[in-house]
Ligand binder design. Structure first.
Ligand code: 5GP
Ligand code: ZN
Length: 113
């Protein structure tokens, strides 16, 4: 379930501090350490799953929960709209190999990448 050398697993178990926004039994959300928009947070599964390439039909509910959490939390930040991004694999620009959904908001010109 956990990976010893994964920074997001360390954030989940508290070994690396984070600015936590949300947590339940399946998910966690926290602010990105290098925000590229006025609001920029990450939604992650507590289960260590490397990337969207590693999701399958057994993860449908988990994926649904992750996506539905985005508008809920965005609303808490007063955002009427936001952008989501899931980088998948090296070719997809993924740098941390514990799947995560980026949520950006609060800017007139949100970054596309
Ligand atoms: P990726 O490029 O994999 O889609 O995005 C990884 C994101 O994780 C980057 O936006 C990066 O700033 C963020 N990040 C990397 N290390 C940490 C960390 O230790 N804490 C937090 N809060 N964010 C991190
Ligand atoms: Zn992990």
């Amino acid at each position: 379930m956990m990976s010893d050398d994964c920074i997001f697993c360390k954030i989940i178990n508290g070994n690396i501090p984070s600015k936590k926004i949300f947590e339940d039994s399946d998910l966690m959300a926290f602010h990105d350490i290098r925000p590229i928009a006025p609001v920029h947070f990450l939604i992650i599964p507590k289960m260590h799953i490397e990337s969207l390439n590693h999701f399958d039909a057994t993860h449908q509910d988990l994926l649904g929960k992750m996506v539905l959490l985005a508008p809920k939390l965005a609303k808490d930040f007063g955002l009427k709209g936001f952008r989501t991004m899931i980088n998948t694999g090296h070719e997809g620009g993924q740098e941390v190999f514990h799947m995560h959904v980026h949520v950006f908001g609060g800017g007139a010109n949100l970054p596309k990448t």
